[in-house]
Design a protein around this ligand. Structure first.
Ligand SMILES: O=C1O[C@H](COP(=O)(O)O)[C@@H](O)[C@H](O)[C@H]1O
Length: 242
């Protein structure tokens, strides 16, 4: 499903509403809500909304478990850290038990840590016997999502849930959930806005299949729901929904 908004306020408000509703439904069904956060700049407004009344009081934070879809391999104090941004805008302001928040740390070698994070996820989901209730994703101007960048070997991963690799153009390690694992989620919500994303959004949603160049095309949950929340600027070249 693609939903197009006039501005980022309306888009973020809808994303916050989906978050609230999904959390409440998951807790009702399993007494637990498990979500993977996205990094980058796109979720900033959403996170701030979730931390404010009335949504703050309506979300079952005590039963919420927070993971990340990807991370830049930097310490939590680094401005580029996806987790730092989420703590500052959201997690420091809501009553989630700290032991239910799982940032991707950078204090052991990245490949080793990727395996540890995968083990953590496998333990978590073995207990509940369910996939993520919700994965939030952004999309870069180049069509990457999470840390699934164009032309990288992680795009071909079939078995692993989490992988780390050196991203040469950015001269840094990245750690990311893999596409097959993301696709096991019950619900995936993309937040995509701004005219810089117009071309990539068109290619991902309506262009020829080419996930090597536009990795967000890999995100197609066979059993889950996928919702693209986009603004008019990003949707400018789309035929669908306009
Ligand atoms: O590097 C990243 O970029 C994408 C997109 O970021 P945005 O600033 O365009 O929203 C983001 O989804 C990902 O988590 C992040 O690591």
């Amino acid at each position: 499903m693609i939903r197009i908004f006039r501005n980022t306020d309306e888009l973020s408000q809808t994303a916050a509403e989906i978050f609230r509703q999904t959390a409440q439904e998951a807790v009702q069904a399993r007494n637990k809500f498990t979500v993977a956060l996205t990094g980058g700049s796109s979720p900033d407004k959403l996170y701030r909304l979730l931390a404010q009344s009335p949504l703050r009081e309506e979300i079952p934070w005590e039963q919420t478990y927070i993971f990340w879809g990807d991370e830049r391999w930097v310490p939590l104090s680094d401005e580029r850290s996806n987790a730092k941004m989420a703590f500052e805008t959201l997690l420091n302001h809501v009553p989630i038990p700290p032991n239910q928040i799982y940032p991707m740390w950078s204090d052991v070698p990245p490949e080793e840590y990727a395996q540890q994070y995968e083990d953590l996820l496998r333990d978590h989901f073995n207990e509940t016997n369910a996939g993520f209730d919700l994965i939030l994703l952004g999309m870069g101007d180049d069509g990457h999502t999470a840390s699934l960048f164009p032309g990288t070997t992680v795009l071909h991963e079939k078995e692993r849930w989490v992988q780390a690799y050196y991203l040469e153009p950015q001269q840094m390690y990245r750690i990311t959930l893999t596409a097959p694992f993301i696709n096991q989620a019950n619900k995936i919500v993309f937040l995509t806005y701004g005219e810089k994303k117009t071309n990539a959004l068109y290619e991902v949603l309506e262009g020829e299949p080419n996930p090597e160049k536009y990795p967000a095309q890999l995100i197609q949950p066979p059993n889950g729901e996928i919702i693209w929340l986009v603004d008019e600027a990003a949707a400018n070249r789309l035929k669908t929904g306009i």
